[in-house]
Design a protein around this ligand. Structure first.
Ligand SMILES: Cc1cc2nc3c(=O)[nH]c(=O)nc-3n(C[C@H](O)[C@H](O)[C@H](O)COP(=O)(O)OP(=O)(O)OC[C@H]3O[C@@H](n4cnc5c(N)ncnc54)[C@H](O)[C@@H]3O)c2cc1C
Length: 393
């Protein structure tokens, strides 16, 4: 047996013994997603155990170094793990901005102390992170941010506000962009700081949405004390860290089928629900749309894999993440449209009891935000035009 085959067998056996049966099915609602954190209420004992077991192996962050609690897997092994999880329709044990966004920035720019302090709890799902980037007048033009951070000698004081903070009311810690030098050029006076959201002076206010429930808050800072050792990278050089983090955020959002993780491929779902004639769907138009979608999805997957190989070889992902973000979010929107078409009238069910019905229309509506969060599609196209195609600005 080759090494990969042995590893696949090991993973398969381990998952068979350790992935609870109820964790081997698609999410039925947003409440099924495990975000972890100090106050997280597990939906079930299975959900808690699944996180605990995966975290103990470091498989909530499979390719991070073992010294911080990660899985230490190489690229091929990480891919095998992903495939084996998909094979049994396993739910992700943890959704975490600490892992998908902050972690890569900490690994690249953080001091050893900061890595030791923040990475292991993120891997175990003990701390839930919120992202403090956008402000009322700094979204697409993020470098215009104004949240002020003053040097008070032995600590900093932060004043200002953020907006569109996803789950800001549920965050334990925040990674945050602040202005530390208001006289410098706008990209040069920014620092990347972290603080506990329970610190005095941090408050959040929910932002109501037309659909009712909203994951967003406005987040306010009034004389918030930030320790001086909670800065990633050099003071006033936070823009470099911020941009690097964004490439990972964009890659994560590009794969934002993530919320449909554990579900069957679109074609198989259609065949299962609509029935086939010798393996062929009756509706030829739908069949063609699904075939086109699945081919495009495969092409994106392969392109992302190639890019990851290049990253392993030392090439920076950089602006290429904008292609993935743009294309991946368009694909996810197409996926959601197809799923709605396949379910027909059932797709209109809003509250779905025990089934996946009810989650689908919410998931479809949620996908509309994919092309805004992490930088809008227009901004990604601007980046591709300027930094990849070299077109004049
Ligand atoms: C689901 C979701 C989750 C989010 N979560 C977070 C979070 O956790 N933390 C956080 O900090 N932020 C978060 N955001 C905010 C997000 O990053 C911003 O909404 C985004 O960067 C756009 O900024 P804006 O809303 O201010 O829009 P604006 O920047 O005001 O843009 C408005 C419109 O103008 C277009 N536009 C602007 N500038 C240009 C240009 N130069 N060329 C062409 N078109 C342009 C934009 O594409 C857009 O269509 C989230 C947003 C969403 C939708």
């Amino acid at each position: 047996m080759t090494e990969s085959k042995e590893f696949r067998q090991e993973v398969r056996d381990w998952l068979a013994a350790n992935c609870p049966e109820s964790m081997r099915s698609p999410y039925r609602s947003e409440a099924d997603v495990c975000w972890g954190g100090r106050d997280f209420q597990f939906q079930s004992e299975d959900q808690r155990v699944w996180l605990e077991r995966m975290a103990a192996r470091g498989w909530t962050a499979p390719s991070w170094p073992k010294e911080y609690g990660g899985g230490g897997l190489g690229r091929i092994q990480a891919k095998i793990l992903k495939e084996e999880l998909a094979r049994i329709h396993a739910r992700p044990p943890l959704m975490s901005f600490g892992i998908s966004m902050l972690g890569p920035a900490l690994l690249k720019f953080g001091s050893e102390e900061l890595k030791q302090l923040h990475l292991p709890p993120a891997i175990r799902g003990e701390i839930r992170w919120a992202q403090g980037y956008s402000e009322p007048n700094a979204g697409s033009d993020l470098a215009s941010l104004q949240a002020r951070c003053e040097d008070m000698g032995d600590h900093f004081l932060v004043n200002g506000s953020k907006v569109w903070t996803s789950y800001g009311d549920l965050g334990d810690w925040m990674f945050c962009l602040v202005r530390t030098d208001s006289r410098a050029k706008k990209h040069e006076g920014i620092s990347f700081v972290m603080f506990d959201m329970a610190t005095a002076g941090v408050s959040t206010r929910p932002i109501g949405l037309i659909s009712g429930k909203s994951p967003f808050t406005e987040t306010f800072f009034e004389n918030v004390r930030v320790e001086k050792d909670q800065v990633i990278g050099e003071l006033n050089q936070g823009w470099t860290v911020a941009k690097y983090l964004l490439t990972h955020e964009r890659e994560m959002i590009a794969g934002s089928g993530a919320l449909s993780a554990g579900s069957k491929p679109v074609g198989k779902t259609a065949a299962h629900l609509l029935g086939t004639d010798n393996g062929t769907l009756h509706d030829t138009a739908l069949r063609a749309d699904i075939a086109r979608f699945e081919m495009d999805e495969r092409c994106l997957e392969l392109t992302i894999e190639r890019a990851r190989d290049e990253v392993k070889a030392g090439v920076s992902l950089g602006a290429v993440s904008s292609i993935f973000k743009y294309y991946g979010t368009e694909l996810n929107k197409r996926r959601q449209e197809l799923m709605m078409a396949i379910r027909g009238n059932d797709a209109l069910v809003w509250e779905g009891g025990d089934s996946r019905d009810g989650y689908l229309p919410k998931s479809w509506l949620r996908s509309k935000g994919n092309s805004i969060e992490g930088g809008t599609s227009e901004i990604q196209l601007n980046i591709v035009a300027k930094r990849i195609l070299g077109l004049p600005g």
